[in-house]
Design a binder for this molecule. Structure first.
Ligand code: C6P
Length: 416
């Protein structure tokens, strides 16, 4: 299909895309479902559901262990996903692709393995004020254990990192910088290439939390030159319980295993255990085989539509939502960065975010409300939480218009 036709398919005829998502075709509270909670998790196309089903029905077996036919088939399918992930993010080898249980697990792996080995008393780890709790708490834990300090890059009123402040924080004491690529609460796209370049000049390693970026933005870990990159399958049309940690091979080789058990060993005696090679050194125990297999199909779904076209559609939806919502009196958008993606967080005068969520749900519109696991960021804006809508490829302009109408109605009733 030509690029122009594909754009039209997404923007003007989303039915083509939507019919691949059986869940979307339902009524919720008497209205057609409008699913605007994609930053929490996306829906799954039927191909992904079938791939998981196909494994359980056809070749369920444990991997990397058996020599029987089913075990070989399952191992092949599992390793095929690793190969697709490698190329999806352009890692230089399969050894740099580690399966985890999600972004949170990937970050904890780095904190517990890299952090415990390399952080010393007086060292510093830099994160930012807009981090998800998964990119705060693991560093607090390991810093407390190692006597290291956590330094925070503040954000401005638009929800952008104050980069001058970052420059001042960097020093020879900085061992690691761990930054979110796209903020789940604000939608801000951070200048990660610049952050990586500057951190490397200061001699620090860099982890990028790509949970909200991997499905949307171009991803080339070699070009970015990040040391680690973490993301979750379930935010990219894949199943829950699968995540990826990319790490540069030389660093991963220097890091000790995070968990001990089967699969990650070469030889075990009661006196001494030697460890397996990468990536298996970090994959102890039976992994989430079925869902890893399903994740491959999810990545192929993204590649088939094409990432640039998905991004183009989501950018158009974002612009439309900003345009419509900013006209609503008493509504304030939290997060107005110049570089922004896929998320609109807002508050409405005299209305609690939770109530907005409940009232929209009554109209079949699924959104997320609360602090979005970014409590320090909410504190920065002096609020408890927001109502958040987040887009995916199957959302439409009409859905945004319907949401706008409902919000106007809710406000009108409230003001009576
Ligand atoms: N954000 C949201 O609704 P897990 O749960 O491990 O797949 O992802 C954690 C995570 C890490 N970083 C960022 C930027 C995230 O957005 C998330 C998950 C969801 O915003 C659930 S709180």
């Amino acid at each position: 299909m030509s690029e122009r036709i594909l754009t039209e398919v997404i923007s003007a005829n989303p039915a083509m895309i939507r019919k691949q998502f059986p869940l979307l075709d339902q009524q919720v509270n008497g209205n057609p479902l409008i699913y605007f909670d994609n930053a929490a998790t996306t829906q799954k196309p039927v191909q992904v559901i079938d791939a998981i089903d196909g494994y359980y029905r056809g070749y369920n077996a444990n991997i990397h262990r058996g020599i029987h036919t089913l075990a070989e088939k399952a191992t092949d399918a599992f390793e095929q996903t690793r190969s697709v992930v490698r190329s999806f993010m352009n890692a230089s080898s399969m050894e740099e692709v580690i399966f985890t249980y999600g972004t949170t697990d990937s970050i904890n792996l780095v904190a517990q393995s890299f952090g415990r080995k390399f952080l010393e008393a007086g060292d510093e780890v830099i994160i930012s004020e807009m981090e998800h709790h998964s990119n705060i708490v693991p560093w607090q834990m390991v810093c407390a254990e190692r006597g290291a300090r956590l330094k925070i890059i503040p954000v401005n009123d638009a929800g952008e990192l104050i980069m001058d402040h970052f420059d001042q924080l960097l020093s020879p004491r900085t061992k690691l910088v761990s930054i979110v690529h796209v903020s789940n609460s604000l939608g801000t796209i951070n200048p990660v290439a610049e952050i990586i370049r500057k951190a490397h000049l200061a001699g620090a390693r860099v982890l990028i939390d790509g949970a909200q970026a991997a499905a949307h933005l171009p991803l080339d870990v070699q070009e970015l030159d990040c040391d680690f990159y973490a993301f979750s399958s379930h935010k990219m049309f894949g199943p829950t319980g699968v995540g990826i940690l990319y790490g540069k091979k030389d660093i991963l080789n220097e890091m000790p295993p995070y968990r001990g058990g089967g699969e990650m060993i070469r030889e075990v005696t009661f006196e001494k255990t030697t460890y397996n090679d990468l990536p298996f050194k970090f994959e102890a125990g039976t992994p989430n085989i079925a869902d890893v297999i399903g994740f491959r199909t999810a990545l192929e779904f993204i590649l088939e539509i094409s990432k640039p076209l998905i991004l183009q559609h989501e950018r158009a939806l974002l612009a439309h939502a900003h345009e419509r919502l900013s006209k609503i009196e008493g509504l304030r958008i939290i997060g107005t960065a110049r570089e922004k993606l896929g998320v609109v967080s807002f508050i409405i005068e005299d209305l609690h975010a939770f109530d907005i969520g409940m009232l929209l749900d009554a109209a079949g519109i699924a959104i997320r409300t609360g602090h979005h696991c970014t409590q320090p960021l909410m504190k920065r804006f002096g609020i408890e939480g927001t109502a958040r809508i987040s887009f995916s490829v199957y959302n439409t302009f009409e859905e945004i218009d319907f949401l706008t109408e409902r919000l106007l109605k809710i406000i009108k009733i409230k003001r009576r």
